[in-house]
Ligand binder design. Structure first.
Ligand code: TYD
Length: 142
């Protein structure tokens, strides 16, 4: 069975239609990401120094975009950590299932836009880091 690692997560270039009056980036279901987008949410007004996330998902795939400003996303597969800085509205970080994530270092006024493959489901969350490590170990042994 394939165990997802932080190396299955990467920044993708979305697109940018640019002219002197400003830019447009377009996301189309079925074209931009390899999953159906069932939910969109955005995170904003994050106080300076605050961090978000601190969980993993069992099935959810996400594309995380800094629609405005910048922030860091720290990904952790239980063995390896990778930190990505998002600061371009035409780039997105693809996060596959089974990856612990923390978002921090939000710039003032930043907006974190998330495209998600599934509707909200609390049962898809792993919110305890020890539980996450056990989950990953169990998957390795399947
Ligand atoms: P959570 O995903 O834990 O936020 P973060 O990872 O940014 O810290 O979500 C915080 C709360 O918001 C969660 O307990 C319930 C609510 N929520 C929804 O109701 N629907 C959603 O789609 C999301 C993402 C969160």
């Amino acid at each position: 069975m394939k165990i997802n690692s932080v190396y299955d997560c990467s920044i993708i270039e979305i697109n940018k239609h640019q002219n002197e009056k400003g830019n447009i980036t377009v996301i189309e279901n079925g074209l931009t990401v390899d999953f159906d987008v069932n939910r969109i949410y955005y995170l904003y007004d994050v106080p300076g120094g605050e961090s978000r996330g601190g969980h993993a998902h069992k099935e959810l795939k996400q594309l995380i975009i800094a629609a405005s400003g910048s922030f860091n996303v720290v990904l952790d597969d239980g063995r390896t950590k990778r930190t990505f800085t998002l600061n371009r509205p035409y780039q997105g970080l693809l996060v596959v299932p089974g990856i612990w994530r923390e978002l921090n270092d939000f710039s003032s006024g930043s907006v974190c836009l998330v495209l998600a493959s599934e509707h909200y489901s609390e049962s898809d969350y792993l919110r305890d880091y020890t539980e996450f490590l056990i989950y990953k170990t169990d998957k390795t042994q399947l």
